[in-house]
Design a protein around this ligand. Structure first.
Ligand code: VAH
Length: 316
């Protein structure tokens, strides 16, 4: 069976539903510190779990005979800056628990998400290569960079089959993200449909790598299904789909919502965004395990407007 830790988060929710569709509802155990979307809670097993509680993780793995773990619990970039020690403890302890359980041979495969936040101001900003300078300046980025090194170490020393992707900003409408720097690109759709205006907390020219949720889920499923010998990078893979600024996204939305207005009031998150790459070179993932994205900015915009539009209607 498969265990998702952090199943109620933005990516966890859609990943759990997808894995249940592929493997069967009772084969995929969702767990999180809090309850989540109705669809997720009702479609299969759920366990309340704190991702730092090692004995409890072990018990769930034993009780359900879990062989594969997706560790999706983490504190994101903006929140982590406000609670550095808490972020470090959550992001690192949860990873060590899973890596150690895998090292003991109790589970066979691990997915752990990294992020483009592993890069920093000294990294080449455009088409950032797979292997390059990595000097992250955020709490979140430091934790992801450290996590990558440990994943690679556990693979090299103990043969742990851990696989990882450096996600860009992930855009979706089913579950809201919590505390990320790329969250503006989701908020903007909600505000555009509700109020025809949005004040961005990033500057108009803050270009960041982004991806639509379906592509992120496809990448996650693909990397986990690939034969082990194809996964040559055991720290984490660069992954890209598109790159845009708040200004570019706003003009795309204007094509659908006449009179949509954007203004800019950058806060501390602007500094985080400035430390990250603008675009990513993901050739290695494409070559090693056949990664290919489907959503471009045009398709992302129409899908988001439709999805957020529907969810706003059902709220009324
Ligand atoms: C964040 N969405 O903003 C996350 C992410 C690419 C950044 O990992 O913190």
């Amino acid at each position: 069976r498969i265990l998702i830790i952090g199943a109620c988060g933005q990516i966890g929710t859609e990943l759990t539903l997808k894995l249940r569709e592929i493997h069967g509802n009772d084969q995929v155990i969702a767990s999180d510190i809090r309850e989540g979307a109705k669809e997720l809670m009702e479609s299969g097993p759920f366990e309340t779990l704190n991702a730092t509680d090692e004995p409890h993780i072990r018990k769930i793995i034993q009780d359900y005979e879990v062989k594969e773990v997706y560790l999706m619990a983490a504190m994101l970039s903006a929140t982590a800056e406000k609670a550095p020690m808490k972020a470090w403890d959550l992001n690192m302890d949860s990873l060590f628990h899973i890596l150690n359980i895998a090292k003991e041979g109790i589970i066979e495969k691990v997915f752990w998400p990294s992020s483009i936040a592993v890069f920093g101001p000294t990294t080449p900003k455009d088409d950032t290569p797979q292997t390059t300078i990595m000097e992250p300046t955020t709490v979140y980025g430091i934790s992801k960079q450290t996590g990558e090194r440990w994943c690679e170490y556990y693979f090299n020393k103990f043969g742990v089959d851990v696989r990882s992707i450096r996600y860009p900003g992930i855009i979706s409408y089913r579950t809201l993200p919590g505390g990320g720097t790329t969250d503006y690109a989701i908020e903007i759709f909600h505000e555009a449909l509700k109020n025809s205006s949005y004040t961005s907390f990033l500057a108009e020219d803050a270009a960041l790598p982004m991806m639509y949720m379906d592509d992120a889920i496809k990448a996650t499923v693909d990397i986990m299904e690939a034969p082990a010998e194809k996964i040559k990078v055991r720290s984490s893979y660069n992954l890209a789909a598109m790159s845009f600024t708040p200004e570019i996204l706003a003009s795309e939305i204007k094509k659908h919502i006449n009179g949509f207005k954007i203004s800019y009031d950058p806060d501390f998150r602007q500094e985080i965004a400035e430390s990250w790459p603008s675009s990513i070179d993901d050739t290695t993932a494409r070559e090693d395990w056949g990664w290919k994205h489907e959503f471009n900015l045009d398709k992302l915009t129409t899908t988001m407007l439709e999805g957020v539009g529907k969810s706003l209607k059902t709220q009324d």
